[in-house]
Design a protein around this ligand. Structure first.
Ligand SMILES: [Zn+2]
Length: 227
């Protein structure tokens, strides 16, 4: 069972959400999307919100949560959603061939099929080239969604063929809201802009002892956001 946030619930990514909402409304989708941003910033959360909305049979521009696609999506049993979450430190050509197996590209029940891959920067050059062939000649209704940390690590050939979105670092206020939602207290001073980094910090120290001075000392050498 996966819980998917709605696009309008995503904090700190207003512009990206607006662009994606436009695509959802017009159903004029690009055949490949790539979301960039630092680790723990919510790339996967955003990607899943977008994908579930594409696949929903009723909701427009969001997802309805009650149609058969939405229900199956939540149960992780929707045939038209093919996720590849953890392909290891290096994504080799064999993995890409597995992703591009015919059965993954065939549609069964819906108007769209979405193939999702995290860490696109981990693809080898051979793997990227194998993927390119399919992205260059997209199959109708098949949409690729990728996440990656740094655009510099993606080969130009692929960069030129995907719709690129750059996620903002989270502001102090939004990060604090998310951390509070995750059950953390005393996080008002966090300003690293990444949920994962904030979580690592708070998991490794006694929250009740954390004060602003200590926080600053801990992260004196870090590049803190100003907002
Ligand atoms: Zn739905």
């Amino acid at each position: 069972m996966i819980e998917v946030k709605r696009l309008e619930e995503i904090l700190g990514q207003k512009e990206v959400v607006e662009y994606l909402t436009k695509d959802l409304k017009s159903k004029n989708y690009n055949h490949a999307y790539m979301f960039f941003g630092k680790r723990g910033i919510g790339k996967k959360t955003l990607a899943l919100a977008f994908i579930k909305s594409i696949l929903c049979q009723q909701g427009n521009p969001g997802f309805c949560g009650t149609c058969s696609s939405c229900k199956k999506f939540d149960m992780e049993s929707y045939m038209e959603f093919i996720p590849f979450y953890d392909l290891g430190e290096t994504i080799k050509i064999d993995e890409i061939r597995r992703i591009l197996e015919e059965e993954h590209l065939k549609k069964y029940e819906g108007a769209y099929r979405v193939i999702f891959m995290e860490h696109a920067e981990r693809m080898t050059e051979a793997a990227t080239n194998a993927l390119l062939k399919v992205i260059e000649e997209p199959l109708p209704g098949t949409i690729f969604v990728f996440t990656a940390i740094n655009p510099d690590d993606i080969l130009p050939t692929i960069m030129s063929r995907v719709e690129k979105y750059y996620l903002n670092n989270l502001s102090k206020i939004n990060l604090a809201k998310i951390m509070t939602g995750l059950g953390y207290k005393n996080n008002q001073y966090l300003s690293l802009g990444s949920i994962d980094e904030a979580r690592v910090l708070l998991d490794n120290i006694d929250e009740d002892l954390l004060d602003y001075k200590q926080f600053c000392e801990l992260f004196l050498s870090k590049d803190l956001e100003k907002n």
